[in-house]
Ligand binder design. Structure first.
Ligand code: ATP
Length: 355
């Protein structure tokens, strides 16, 4: 039985994880799956209470005693330095070696796309490297606060790290029938890092002759994703570029409230989290869109081999959007709880994936 740690975290994280939990419990009651759900008290409240972000023992337990984590969001105005978020989220990514950050963005209804010429369908699936690049914290400052200040932030990339994310993207495309994988980099300026990415992309790509392959500079990609997003399918890129490009992909497919993500070390450990943050501006008002978190449940089901039930989650989400059963960010007037209840009920009714 997979054991899942639920970490609601801060702000709207608490509200959206409540709805994800509702769905998991409904599925536990009605389906062949049987997830053990254990709620964890990590976040700003705990940090402010006892000064602890997350302990080594807690990391060890998450790694050894759990099969996956579902995280809501971390971030609270009372912790302006965001220490707890850095320790917990970056700590999990690094210590659990969750090297794949998978961010699938699917356009569920044409009216959700802010572009003028809306493509018929859109499925942009980003594989963002998650354990190195510009996120290692390597670097430093010198003569801080003076006119001669120097600031260095290293972009650290290893052959191992680059190869495993590129391989994950190709393997996904191969097993899921995707036709194109696009590498995004800035190899015209970052010749060392970009050179490594390009070489490894070409080498790994040789093993997938049936998949169309191309490489784009990140600036050109930003333009092209707005101009003709339908050209792209699977995107593979570094930690920093993946952060940016996947937000753009999320926005052109309906916005942050809909986007899920999976941080994975495939076969070992996975952490699922909606792409959005804790949104302090709407926290506690029961109006956050729970769909990003609910789609995380869909990704989790897929990860544990229940792809068909995962597709039904996607279908129920699509139905809620089609029928206008949405929160205000998508133009509806339902609460977080209403949307969560509607989607859970829709799935529990046994609605097939094709509806
Ligand atoms: P962080 O720094 O943690 O990413 P943030 O406040 O900068 O936090 P988000 O929390 O992602 O960024 O929110 C950005 C904006 O999008 C906010 O104004 C918020 O109201 C809106 N938003 C984010 N998530 C949702 C959601 N699930 N439902 C509705 N609106 C959302």
């Amino acid at each position: 039985m997979p054991r899942i740690a639920l970490i609601p975290g801060d702000g709207i994280g608490v509200e959206v994880v409540r709805e994800a939990r509702r769905l998991l419990e409904a599925l536990n009651d009605s389906e062949s799956i049987n997830f053990e759900l254990v709620e964890w008290d990590l976040g700003a409240d705990r940090y402010l209470r006892d000064g602890t972000t997350i302990t080594d023992d807690e990391f060890r337990s998450l790694s050894d005693d759990y099969d996956a984590v579902l995280l809501g969001a971390l971030g609270d105005p009372r912790v302006p330095g965001n220490e707890h978020a850095k320790d917990i989220l970056l700590g999990m990514r690094f210590k659990l070696d969750l090297y794949v950050n998978f961010r699938p963005c699917v356009l569920l209804a044409p009216e959700l796309c802010p572009l003028r010429d809306v493509p018929g369908s859109l499925r942009l699936e980003t594989f963002r490297e998650n354990t190195e690049g510009a996120y290692t914290g390597m670097g430093g400052s010198f003569k801080t606060g003076t006119p001669d200040e120097v600031a260095i932030e290293e972009d650290v990339n290893t052959r191992k790290g680059v190869e495993r994310i590129i391989r994950a993207a190709f393997e996904f495309a191969h097993t899921r029938g995707r036709e194109r994988v696009t590498l995004v980099d800035k190899s015209n300026v970052q010749r060392h890092v970009g050179g490594l990415y390009r070489r490894v992309f070409a080498e790994v790509g040789e093993g997938y002759p049936d998949i169309a392959q191309d490489a784009m500079y990140v600036d050109a990609m930003a333009m092209d994703l707005v101009r003709r997003p339908e050209r792209y399918q699977v995107i593979v890129t570094s930690n920093l570029f993946g952060d940016i490009i996947s937000d753009l992909a999320a926005e052109i497919t309906g916005g942050l409230g809909l986007a899920p993500s999976a941080n994975m070390n495939p076969g070992r450990q996975a952490l699922f989290e909606p792409v959005h943050g804790s949104a302090p501006d709407i926290a506690g008002q029961n109006k956050a869109n729970p769909i990003g978190a609910i789609r995380c449940v869909g990704l989790m089901l897929d990860y544990f081999g229940h792809a068909e039930i995962g597709e039904r989650v996607e279908a129920a989400v699509a139905a809620s959007v089609r029928e206008g059963r949405t929160t205000p960010d998508l133009g509806g007037d339902l609460s977080t709880e209403d949307v969560g209840q509607w989607i859970s009920a829709h799935i529990a009714k046994g609605t097939p994936a094709s509806t």
